[in-house]
Design a binder for this molecule. Structure first.
Ligand SMILES: *[C@@H]1O[C@H](CO)[C@@H](O)[C@H](O)[C@H]1NC(C)=O
Ligand SMILES: *[C@@H]1O[C@H](CO)[C@@H](O)[C@H](O)[C@H]1NC(C)=O
Length: 394
């Protein structure tokens, strides 16, 4: 999925960006794609030329100042940030409503994994003291955007008139969103990247064309990267819900009931195993809920959290990887040949697992990914080798 990997590195509104024009697969209302120059000083045109060549797309490289004048275009829609719920340490779930009206063609529903631009007035009152400084880059962007802060975020879940985004507070913009009072007006727009389910469906189709199948989906997330995985799992599980489920389930599984209206009902997904990687227990998002899902849909869903401060990183030992990735219900061959992997979160985890899985023999078609930050984290060779080795154990 080359397309995915380009989108994975897409971050809007960067001062040091490169523009990729005429990207035919973008929705019609997006005329330019802004691609952050991840490689900053290390990068140069060569890297971009190579990527453009691989993808067979035309590439225009512009200087940062020119670029600034033409940030990526998307129609903005008005919405309301109804609530921001703290779900874990520094992690907040934003619930945004945007009733479709007759003037604007609504772009909802989104799907888990879509990346959008979210905007909030810079002078939004937040209780307490915002501990983060407003950077030069943000100040400059504010001038170009009528005093609205903006940043890209990934959709956790959506209905036809609302969407949720799980964010981590890491700076001025995320702090302002997380601490905004109830019912704060916001603006949003754009619809970038391949949603998680669509990537998986494509992978299942490819496997089928080649006479194989996908028997298991493994999702590995770090931190709030778990959000879109949860949304995708809800959609994939929703067709398992019986209409005559007892009413007490309504509240407990209300997201599944919401998903059911728009899910890929015709697709029967294989079992999903979600591995949420966190630093410590306080970082774990939706633990109780995920465990309830696992109990109700044991045949279709399993999840575990791995806490690096106590257990070490997943990639730190072969034993840990074979325990979590290979030995649960599938043989090693299954883990290599019939599993689809979705990797989401920090660049170091995603880059190392992508390289390691491929080195072990997992086809590119069966890996989808999204990097949240640290895109250029260089995969450590010994970790890549360890992942490959764990996957190839007899
Ligand atoms: C949309 O248009 C219909 C028919 O003109 C009208 O009945 C309805 O109230 C409008 N809805 C909104 C949200 O404006
Ligand atoms: C990336 O995620 C791994 C796994 O959770 C974690 O151990 C590591 O510290 C993270 N790196 C950064 C830069 O956050």
């Amino acid at each position: 999925m080359k397309l995915n990997s380009l989108f994975a590195t897409f971050v809007a509104f960067s001062a040091t960006s490169v523009e990729v024009d005429a990207f035919q697969t973008l929705p019609p209302h997006v005329s330019t794609l802004c691609w952050q120059q991840q490689y900053s000083s290390a990068t140069n045109e060569n890297v971009l030329q190579r990527i453009a060549h691989d993808l067979s797309i035309p590439l225009t490289i512009r200087s940062p100042s020119q670029l600034y004048a033409s940030s990526p275009q998307y129609d903005t829609f008005e919405g309301t940030l109804e609530t921001s719920h703290r779900l874990a340490d520094n992690s907040y779930l934003l619930h945004i409503t945007a009733p479709s009206n007759n003037d604007s063609e609504s772009i909802l529903p989104y799907k888990p994994g879509h990346v959008i631009a979210l905007e909030i007035k810079a002078d939004t009152e937040t209780p307490g003291q915002n501990p983060y400084d407003r950077t030069e880059k943000t100040l400059k962007d504010l001038e170009n955007n009528d005093g609205w802060l903006r940043a890209p975020f990934t959709i956790t879940r959506s209905t036809k008139d609302s969407f949720d985004i799980l964010i981590k507070v890491v700076g001025d913009k995320s702090y302002t969103l997380a601490h905004a009072p109830e019912n704060t007006p916001i603006r949003f727009g754009g619809k970038f990247k391949v949603p998680i389910e669509d990537g998986i469906v494509e992978s299942m189709q490819k496997a089928k064309e080649n006479g194989g199948s996908i028997d298991k989906i493994v999702m590995i997330s770090t931190g709030v990267g778990v959000g879109p995985c949860i949304g995708a799992v809800e959609n994939m599980l929703s067709n398992q819900l019986e209409d005559d489920d007892p009413a007490e389930n309504l509240e407990r599984f209300r997201f599944l009931y919401l998903s059911k209206e728009q899910a890929n009902a015709e697709v029967e997904f294989p079992k999903v195993e979600l591995l949420g990687l966190y630093r410590e227990n306080e970082d774990v998002v939706y633990g109780t809920y995920l465990t309830a899902l696992k109990e109700k849909f044991a045949r279709k869903f399993d999840w575990q959290s791995i806490l690096s401060n106590y257990q070490g990183r997943l990639s730190s030992t072969e034993n840990m990887m074979s325990y979590y990735l290979c030995s649960k219900g599938t043989d090693f061959r299954g883990a290599l040949e019939n599993t689809h992997y979705h990797l989401i979160g920090n660049g170091s985890m995603v880059n190392e697992f992508r390289e390691g899985l491929q080195k072990a023999g997992v086809s590119k078609d069966r890996i989808t990914e999204e990097i949240y930050f640290d895109h250029t984290a260089k995969p450590r060779e010994e970790v890549v080798d360890r992942i490959a080795k764990a996957m190839n154990q007899e």
